[in-house]
Design a protein around this ligand. Structure first.
Ligand code: TXA
Ligand code: MG
Length: 347
């Protein structure tokens, strides 16, 4: 479906997908971040199908997607001032806000039994048209099999979920490429539970101090507040190592593997890709603009699965702006495996 045509809500494919949602079936659809696997948030039956199709642990709650500000009041007990300011600035957009949920507003399976709910209004015409046409709050996790990188194209969704879901609305490639920022506004100082498309810096310009869930800082012992953050995620089939070192150092690691007869993949950038001699080298965006890295990240991680590589070395990025989300996802893909060179990277 072409996102730019008028009257998207009456497009036959949108109407068909909306009807499936009303019948408590699950349908994948694009958002500005990644593809979501949508279902009627008010139906236990529909939500059970989402967990089933993804193979997702049922203690990991889902984000509810809305298309109209009036839907918010029906779902939440209160809208704190910090949330009001964030909504005004960033909705529609890649920001999920955690609120106290009204009882019985959504299926208990959506919140995994928590007394809070994560809500966002996606900045994507097709997603908004679908939600409006269904006239329901739509729960949607990323439309990947649990543990795989999130899908940024309809093809990725098919790779993972073909035959397990009722339909896919194909709106082409998504824009941002990493999932929404999840921010908990139920506490005095809002806390980022998952870094994403809206940066900490951008939020702080609107509402002052914003904290980061301490569990995001690699401390595997502390329990993350966003249940989803505790699972291994985004991992390609071959093990990934994050290398804090210059391309020359990464090339030495590649050479050692070659000596042992291993096939090696490298996650590089446009600036560095031609500095490597490895079996598969992927330029994952440009260091000049980390949003281009975010946009290519999941496709890059997925792409190694169709190649014969035994090990993947990845360059690392500064954890400022969207770099925080990129490094959070790379850390998970690598299972926190780091290799340190003598010097930090200066590209
Ligand atoms: O960009 C996105 O957010 C995409 C698109 C489809 O909208 N969706 C997405 O959903 O990434 P999912 O289910 O893959 O990730 C939801 C994250 C998980 O880490 C989950 O634990 C957290 O949000 N979450 C959801 N509800 C929560 C709640 N009530 N309290 C704390 N964390 C919550
Ligand atoms: Mg996900």
């Amino acid at each position: 479906v072409d996102n730019n045509v008028d009257n998207l809500e009456s497009n036959p494919q949108v109407v068909e997908a909306a009807n499936l949602l009303k019948q408590n079936e699950v349908v994948a659809f694009p958002t500005e971040t990644v593809y979501g696997l949508g279902a009627n948030a008010t139906s236990d039956e529909a939500i059970a199908k989402v967990y089933e199709a993804k193979g997702r642990p049922s203690d990991n709650p889902l984000i509810v997607h809305i298309a109209d500000f009036s839907q918010l009041n029906e779902l939440v007990l209160e809208i704190p001032n910090t949330a009001k300011k964030l909504i005004k600035k960033f909705w529609p957009g890649p920001l999920t806000i955690i609120f106290k949920v009204k009882s019985n507003a959504v299926s208990k399976k959506v919140t995994a039994g928590l007394d809070t709910v994560g809500i966002r209004m996606p900045d994507h015409r097709l997603a908004l048209a679908l939600i409006n046409a269904a006239n329901l709050p739509i729960a949607a996790p990323s439309a990947n099999s649990s543990g795989k990188p999130s899908p940024t194209t309809a093809e990725h969704v098919k790779e993972d979920l073909n035959g397990r879901i009722s339909g896919i609305l194909d709106g082409g490639e998504t824009g941002i490429g990493v999932e929404s920022t999840v921010v908990d506004c139920t506490s005095e100082v809002p806390v980022i539970l998952r870094p994403g498309g809206i940066t900490k810096e951008a939020m702080e310009r609107e509402i002052g101090n914003v904290e980061i869930d301490p569990a995001l800082h690699e401390n595997l012992e502390s329990k993350p507040k966003a249940p989803g953050m505790k699972y291994t995620h985004y991992a390609p089939n071959a093990p990934v190592y994050l290398v804090d070192g210059q391309p020359e150092f990464i090339q030495q690691l590649v050479n050692k593997c070659h000596d042992e007869g291993l096939a090696v993949g490298v996650i590089a950038t446009e600036e560095t890709a031609n500095m490597y001699d490895a079996d598969v080298v992927r330029a994952c965006g440009s260091r000049e603009d980390l949003f281009t890295v975010a946009n290519k990240l999941y496709d890059t991680l997925r792409s190694f699965n169709s190649k014969n590589v035994d090990i993947i070395y990845s360059e690392v990025f500064p954890t400022e702006g969207v770099g925080l989300a990129i490094m959070n996802r790379l850390e998970k893909a690598a299972g926190h495996k780091w290799i340190y060179g003598n010097e930090s990277p200066k590209f």
